[in-house]
Design a binder for this molecule. Structure first.
Ligand code: SAH
Length: 267
């Protein structure tokens, strides 16, 4: 009996992935331990698994041998497979009567293109379900012992994409909130965005952290300040995928790591 069979045997109402249906599921940031039970159940029921590059090999290894794996997404930062082609592929597989699992890194709706795929499936009248996943922003903070919120420090947390369609995005209103900013897809734009946040009033000494390859064997945590962040990232050769967090909340890490029961991940 596999771990999944054991869990499923005790779980009521396991959702059924029917032929001709698509599940848009989050695979979490890496470690298969961060999969939801619904995503795992999708992996076990799918005929075809259409995954992107952020889905960890250890997650794909949980798929039964009978499932077909199809890659669709970005590879090494090169332009992605056309989004319309991916949506069309999901629709075509469903129309062939397959049980389709569209597996995306992290959460399908957080800075992924899950929303576009959901709209395309709805327009094509394909029954689908969205299964949220553990988003990299929160998993990376947890991995670095940085709480996303802490009473007395912040009451909101901002998730923002450093790279996207709106390159002329105005960072000043985010800086003015004084709340921590968690940035995705930012490694190639760190200098520019850190500069914009400082011009908008964030102190150069504002604590900041980069968490690269969170929840994978390559995980790395770099602690810095807003003014030195880009230079430190270059010097330490910090590579994407990475999450950047900027704000006083980063300092809580020291307090947590001082506790005997927690140790920083190996660098
Ligand atoms: N939907 C995904 C995010 C897709 S955007 C989610 O919810 O997590 C891709 C960005 O996610 C990357 O550029 C990086 O900023 C972040 N990311 C994804 N996996 C990561 C990981 N294991 N460690 C750190 N950042 C990660």
């Amino acid at each position: 009996m596999t771990a999944w069979d054991a869990v499923a045997a005790h779980r009521e109402g396991v959702p059924v992935l029917l032929p001709g249906h698509v599940w848009l599921a989050g695979a979490g940031p890496g470690d298969p331990g961060l999969l939801t039970l619904d995503a795992l159940s999708g992996l076990h029921q799918a005929d075809v698994i259409v995954h992107d590059a952020l889905v960890d090999q250890r997650v794909l290894a949980l798929a039964p041998k009978t499932a077909r794996l199809e890659f669709a997404g970005k590879r090494g930062g090169k332009p992605s497979a056309n989004q319309a082609d991916i949506s069309d592929r999901l629709i075509a597989l469903a129309r062939e009567g397959r049980r389709v699992l569209r597996l995306k890194g992290g959460d399908p709706f957080v800075f992924g293109r899950g929303g576009e795929e959901a709209l395309a499936l709805a327009a094509a009248n394909i029954p689908f379900r969205v299964i949220p996943g553990v988003t990299a922003g929160l998993a990376a903070l947890a991995a670095a012992s940085i709480p996303a919120t802490l009473r007395g420090i912040n009451r909101a947390v901002i998730f923002a994409a450093g790279h996207g369609a709106d390159e002329d995005f105005d960072w000043a209103p985010l800086a003015r909130t004084g709340q921590p900013i968690v940035l995705y897809m930012v490694m190639h734009h760190l200098e520019r965005i850190a500069g914009a946040l400082m011009r908008a009033g964030l102190a150069p000494q504002t604590p900041a952290a980069i968490i690269a390859s969170a929840a994978t064997p390559l995980e790395r945590v770099l602690i810095s300040t807003l003014d030195k962040l880009a230079a430190d990232a270059r010097e330490q050769k910090c590579e994407p995928p990475a999450i950047v967090v900027i704000g006083e909340i980063v300092k809580v890490r020291e307090r947590l790591l001082a506790a005997a029961c927690l140790r920083p991940p190996p660098q």
